[in-house]
Write a protein that binds this ligand. Structure first.
Ligand SMILES: [Fe+2]
Length: 503
């Protein structure tokens, strides 16, 4: 999105901006713009001064409190200035508007005259599965309002979307945004590579928020998804600003890196609370840069790289598949095992991570790191794994994987035996024997060549289907023991469909 479009979009929803524009002398605005040394994309948001740098959006936050009550966060980005912010909400059961508690303010990026600040309100006590409204006031003036839907209750049918490899600023990404918005899902799970190319805050401001939280649904722009729909973040390799392979993320080189741990809010129930050591993304940079990042991220770094949550009658485990992860580590394996065992009341269990355990594509054929944890997922009763990384759609046969050594080879491969269930046909036999592995990485990034993929598919026999010629997303409907999964193209065409059933 260019600067002109950003300005136009922000103006559309900003009655207060029109009033305030008269108040700010042009010279003052110009001075701020000149002094601001942030990237061109961020600069566009500061000139002229708008109310929001990124408009409000809903996050799972703590999520389910009990079967009838949930707690969610509303976040937005604005300047670190002297304005007072308030949030009011009205749920299906409340008589009128209620004021949310005090907001948390975290400075994400400091610059000489401006600072990008994240404001976070928590809305507690929301009735599960019901719509609610929220509105935001700045200095007593209403600046934003919308409706959203809370996390569904245990016994409620619901639909969710899975699509990853997203924020490339492409036409395909905008078409996928239109499609997702039109589906009105209860949740959108995003299996990694959320924004290209480095997961920087400036990448989010240029290619994520303006498209997935646009003011209106327009193919040339995007759609207002994030303000109303729970988006679930999963970390990918493009989210950690790795400029040199297998080397620490350098916060001196990219000072707005690792925005994944700043802009999202997911349950902090993961296994890692230390900020360095095994299975934590290594960071480099000056002491002040590192300190600024860890302060703004708080417990989110690194805990939010791995977490779990319940949604309706499903349980989700979200895992980090990046290069620094060792899924043969007893600490990590125990956390997965314990988490899945605790979720014994869930009818369906899903795992999601970016780098697929089973994929046949030209670029990632030997990245098999996540096969190291597949045996624990099988033991824990996981039904489906959703991954991304390969920019296409792939569905495996239901399969079991028995690792031979439990260690990864130096080339990234993991040895073991794959057993396929070729009897599951989703109509007469709806009970797969093994996990179905889905790659749904066609959410916006440049698609992998279909010709290459066809060649590569011949090298593996665990795939039932590969589709690489269109951007697409996975639509899933859960109704008790019935689960239907449909892969839909950016043109709205069904390109794959299957179902599972449990008694
Ligand atoms: Fe990736």
């Amino acid at each position: 999105m260019n600067r002109q479009n950003i300005r136009k979009n922000t103006k559309q929803n900003s009655g207060v901006f029109r009033k305030r524009r008269l108040v700010f002398p042009l010279a003052f605005v110009t001075a701020i713009a000149a002094a601001c040394s942030v990237s061109q994309e961020i600069k566009a948001y500061f000139t002229p001064p708008e109310i929001f740098i990124a408009k409000p959006y809903i996050q799972l936050g703590q999520g389910r409190v009990d079967n009838s009550t949930v707690s969610h966060d509303i976040l937005f980005l604005a300047r670190n200035d002297k304005h007072e912010w308030e949030l009011e909400y009205k749920s299906a059961t409340s008589k009128g508007w209620k004021k949310a508690g005090p907001y948390v303010k975290r400075i994400l990026e400091e610059q000489p005259l401006e600072a990008v600040t994240l404001f976070s309100f928590t809305i507690p006590g929301l009735p599960a599965g019901k719509s609610f409204s929220y509105r935001i006031f700045r200095d007593g003036l209403e600046t934003f309002s919308t409706t959203a839907k809370a996390q569904v209750a245990f016994d409620q049918p619901f639909k969710f979307i899975v699509a990853g490899d997203l924020g490339a600023g492409s036409h395909g990404q905008r078409r996928i945004a239109q499609r997702i918005y039109s589906e009105a899902p209860d949740m959108w799970v995003m299996p990694g590579d959320l924004v290209y190319n480095m997961g920087l805050l400036s990448d989010y401001l240029a290619r994520f928020f303006p498209i997935f939280n646009a003011d209106e649904a327009k193919e040339a722009v995007g759609a207002p998804i994030m303000r109303s729909t729970l988006c679930i973040p999963v970390i990918g390799n493009h989210d950690i600003a790795q400029s040199i392979m297998l080397s620490p993320t350098n916060l001196n080189r990219m000072h707005d890196a690792m925005a994944f741990f700043q802009v999202w809010s997911a349950p902090l129930n993961g296994p890692l609370s230390r900020t360095e050591g095994p299975n934590v993304c290594p960071l480099a940079g000056s002491a002040s840069r590192l300190s600024a990042f860890t302060q703004s991220a708080g417990k989110r770094f690194p805990q939010m790289a791995n977490y779990s949550f319940d949604f309706g009658n499903t349980h989700w485990i979200v895992l980090d598949g990046n290069y620094y992860m060792d899924w043969s580590s007893p600490e990590m394996r125990k956390w997965v095992s314990d988490d899945l065992a605790k979720a014994s009341s869930a009818k369906w269990k899903f795992a999601t991570f970016h780098q697929p355990a089973f994929s046949t594509d030209l670029y990632h054929l030997k990245e098999q790191r996540m096969r190291l944890i597949v045996d624990e997922l099988e033991k824990g009763g996981v039904d489906i794994v959703f991954a991304g990384h390969a920019h296409n759609y792939q569905r495996s046969f239901p399969l079991h994987f028995k690792p031979s050594t439990g260690k990864m080879n130096s080339d990234g491969t993991v040895d073991g035996t794959i057993t396929l269930d070729k009897n599951y046909d989703s109509t007469t036999n709806t009970k797969p024997n093994g996990i179905i592995h889905i790659v749904t990485g066609a959410g916006g990034a440049r698609l992998y060549s279909p010709t290459d993929s066809k060649e590569i598919v011949r090298m593996g026999d665990f795939l039932l289907k590969t589709i690489s010629d269109c951007h697409s997303y996975t639509m899933c409907k859960v109704d008790g023991g019935n689960l239907s999964i449909t892969q839909i193209s950016d043109a709205g065409k069904v390109i794959d469909k299957f179902a599972l059933r449990k008694d």
